[in-house]
Design a protein around this ligand. Structure first.
Ligand SMILES: Nc1ncnc2c1ncn2[C@@H]1O[C@H](COP(=O)(O)OP(=O)(O)OP(=O)(O)O)[C@@H](O)[C@H]1O
Length: 249
């Protein structure tokens, strides 16, 4: 079997007496969607933060394509292909969809647009940005301001920006949040097609989406992975049913 694209080994993080991440070992393999589920406060966001590098673990490692990136800051991990999406606030709302994607391709989000105006005239950057917008179905909205996009379209734009950086793996934190039933269905089918671009580590509360999409699921309870398996294995796991899904799951 090929090496996983992303692997955590023994990740551990405490806040005072509270153990938020308790020796978490998991991996994400090429082509798969690996979902992490768990009740509120189980430690999902804390885990994602350590994987993407915004929070330092007390111990344990994160490897990307076999390279130990534990000591690298988030920005360097992103450059190496660890693409965190759905931080909608990262979009420049006053800029167009195309400008956002070009800035993404430059890896230059957060810099004043006035300094980067020339970038949209750069043919290579435009081609990269347009290809990504095409891939996520936003090319017809290239001239629309990000502020005018729907919730779901903004998430697609975040993915387009991530695609411009040729991601090795996507980290997605609650992509369905706030989308409503129809929006969630559309996002589910969008993510289903996206796994061919890069595998996805998906943190999500929407169980319909999780069970429709995931190749494997890890269940986090009180910072600890209590089970990892296929959707069928997780559905029938007694510990999971007791701790999380409930007997009617
Ligand atoms: N910076 C922090 N300082 C102290 N405690 C924290 C900090 N960040 C998280 N925690 C605690 O760590 C635990 C795990 O929180 P975390 O947000 O990772 O859970 P979660 O599974 O993402 O929850 P939710 O599903 O509600 O988003 C919680 O008890 C939380 O209160």
């Amino acid at each position: 079997m090929t090496d996983p694209v992303l692997r955590t080994r023994g990740l551990h993080k405490s806040f005072g007496a509270l153990v938020a991440t308790d020796d978490v070992t998991l991996d994400v393999r090429a082509g798969e969607i690996h979902a992490v589920i768990g009740p509120n406060g189980a430690g999902k966001s804390t885990l994602i933060a350590q994987i993407c590098g915004t929070l330092a673990p007390d111990r344990g490692t994160v490897t990307l394509d076999g390279e130990d990136v534990t000591a690298l800051p988030a920005r360097d991990r992103a450059r190496k292909g660890l693409a965190r999406t759905f931080q909608v606030s990262a979009l420049a709302m006053e800029d167009t969809v195309l400008q956002n994607a070009v800035l993404g391709a430059l890896g230059a989000r957060g810099r004043p647009w006035s300094f980067l105006r020339a970038a949209t005239r750069d043919r290579n950057l435009r081609d990269t940005a347009e290809a990504a917008l095409h891939r996520v179905g936003l090319i017809d909205h290239a001239a629309t301001h990000a502020a005018e996009l729907s919730h779901g379209q903004r998430r697609q734009l975040e993915v387009a920006i991530a695609l411009t950086l040729a991601p090795k793996v996507f980290l997605m934190d609650e992509p369905m949040a706030g989308l409503g039933a129809d929006g969630s269905k559309q996002m589910t089918s969008f993510l289903d097609g996206l796994r061919t671009e890069a595998p996805i580590l998906l943190v999500e509360h929407d169980m319909d989406a999780v069970f429709a999409l995931a190749d494997r699921i890890s269940v986090l309870v009180s910072g600890r992975v209590i089970a990892t398996g296929t959707t069928a294995e997780i559905r029938s796991n007694r510990d999971v049913r007791t701790a999380y899904l409930g007997e009617d799951a």
